[in-house]
Design a protein around this ligand. Sequence first.
Ligand code: FES
Length: 180
Amino acid sequence: MEYNFTKEELAEVQKHVAKYPDPQSAVMPTLWIAQEKFGWLSNEAIKLVATTLDLPYAHVYGVASFYTMYFKKEVPKHLIEVCTCFSCGETGGREMLDFVKNHLEVDENGHSKDGKIWVRAAECLGACDTAPVCQVTNKRYCHNLTEDKMKGIIEKLRNDEELPYERIPLTDQSVFAKEG
Ligand code: FES
């Protein structure tokens, strides 16, 4: 596999670099671009990020290895992270994690039999009011989980279908606008 960024991806990296006084601050979004492109962060992908930002490999590797949302080994395309913390733990999060693992017949790495989905427990996802909750592949949140709802989520992921947003994103500031 060739490890390089396209012109468009480099332009995206530059947009992030331009936001900060030090290019080092663009490490996280650039790692993200690399992970979205290659599926996970191999040494080659990390080297590409280091070269692109003109930073030491050790620094970029340090960031990639610190955060769990960066995948340091090859993984299935979809990830279900079930919160088992505080409120979720009290409202069925641990049982939900067991349900997903059994339903997908995961191996010791949490990877499903068909190789498309992996599962792991998550710490608090910051959506305790709608527990139990899961996050899918570092993006979509799914709230108020039930076994039936989870089966539907899994079915969509198996078919590589988009999951719907369940909430108005907080970045939509219009919801806070005062009337009149
Ligand atoms: S305890 Fe699960 S989202 Fe906070």
